[in-house]
Design a protein around this ligand. Structure first.
Ligand code: MRU
Length: 348
């Protein structure tokens, strides 16, 4: 099997452009997409051509480089990209880093210098995320080392290489367990309505030869009741100071089912996904998406015209349902406001 292209890469120097693996075409077509201006990047994030909290932060950082001819344009690009999606805090974190670079030399002499510094920063953000994914994999595999060989692990949405600059968060843990010889059997929630589990996670696991079984979201509780699942692990889009965690819609139902069946529920996320400015999950902004994502399947209507639709793209799992959060710094367990504060304040 030929290795697929990376989730995202920068092509060329300061006059170059961003190249994304277009995730809306997977698994059927493995196609790269060139983004040559800020609007291209905005559209790619909004329409989930690039998605997953860390990956959209990295894409947005490269997007800023595309506007780096002068400082006012950089700030306008940052403002624009910040409107692409509201929930994943990594987007705003990465844009803030780019703004700080732009602000750091108020008397910018040469636009070329600014472009170089912005490109370096975007590459730095990308590289740091790669390292964080690897560390999450290591910490997670240690935390889950007690699982028996072949244990069932359920995941929701996609928190793999397609969602990050590295090997993923939740899937990095599964990859590390697999590499350690644990041969996990992954139950993949299809993840309605946009099927990130079926289209992306199932594809990533197949690529790596990891045993995977696809299920509808509505089957997760039954699969747990049948005793097939020893642990659940998902990624996150924003974690409040309380440990309450926003992730793809349906994650909360999975956490409730896991707790009802005494199956431990884990979150894997880098510290860039924490938002300590929010006390609790109730304050996390939840993206609402178009009705057509629910009323149509591949362009064909599956519901009567004009039916009222509610389509939140994320939900919040309360900290009390989360056994532990695994970050690049280690493991937060139990998940409380004080353990979150301690963990995020510690130096790496
Ligand atoms: O709407 P998406 O596909 O961007 O949602 C992605 C998720 O919910 C992921 O689980 C999350 O961003 C973590 S990715 C490491």
């Amino acid at each position: 099997m030929t290795k697929p292209p990376p989730t995202l890469r920068w092509s060329g120097g300061t006059n170059g452009h961003l190249v994304l693996l277009d995730q809306t075409r997977l698994p059927g077509q493995v196609v790269e997409l060139a983004c040559r201006d800020v609007e291209d990047v905005w559209e790619a994030i909004r329409s989930l051509r690039v998605r997953g909290a860390p990956a959209i932060g990295i894409a947005a950082a490269y997007g800023v480089v595309l506007a780096a001819t002068e400082k006012t344009q950089v700030s306008a690009a940052i403002e624009r990209l910040a409107t692409s999606r509201p929930t994943a805090v990594n987007l705003f974190w990465a844009l803030q880093r780019m703004q700080t670079v732009a602000d750091s030399d108020p008397a910018e002499r040469n636009p070329q210098d600014l472009a170089e510094r912005l490109l370096n920063e975007a590459r730095q953000i990308h590289g740091e995320d790669r390292g964080q994914c690897a560390a999450i994999g290591r910490h997670g595999a240690l935390r889950l080392a007690d699982l028996p060989e072949g244990a069932g692990i359920l995941t929701h949405c996609n928190a793999g290489a397609l969602a990050t600059g590295g090997e993923g968060t939740a899937l990095a843990v599964i990859f590390a367990l697999h590499a350690a010889g644990k041969r996990p059997h992954v139950f993949v929630d299809e993840t309605r309505p946009l099927l990130q589990g079926a289209r992306l996670t199932a594809w990533e696991l197949q690529q790596r030869g990891i045993r995977a079984t696809l299920i509808c979201d509505s089957m997760a509780a039954q699969v747990m009741r049948e005793g097939r699942v020893r642990a659940v692990i998902t990624g996150a889009d924003r974690i409040a100071a309380s440990g309450d965690t926003a992730n793809k819609i349906g994650t909360y139902s999975v956490a409730v089912a896991a707790n009802a069946h005494q199956v431990p529920f884990y979150i894997a996320a880098p510290t860039t996904t924490f938002d300590l400015s929010l006390d609790s999950g109730e304050q996390i902004p939840i993206e609402e998406r178009l009705a057509e994502e629910i009323t149509c399947l591949a362009g064909t209507p599956t519901a009567p015209a004009d039916i009222a639709v509610y389509n939140p793209a994320f939900d919040v799992t309360p900290a009390r349902l989360i056994r532990a959060i695994i970050s690049e710094r280690g493991v937060i367990e139990p998940v409380t406001a004080s353990s979150v504060r301690q963990h995020t304040a510690a130096s790496c």
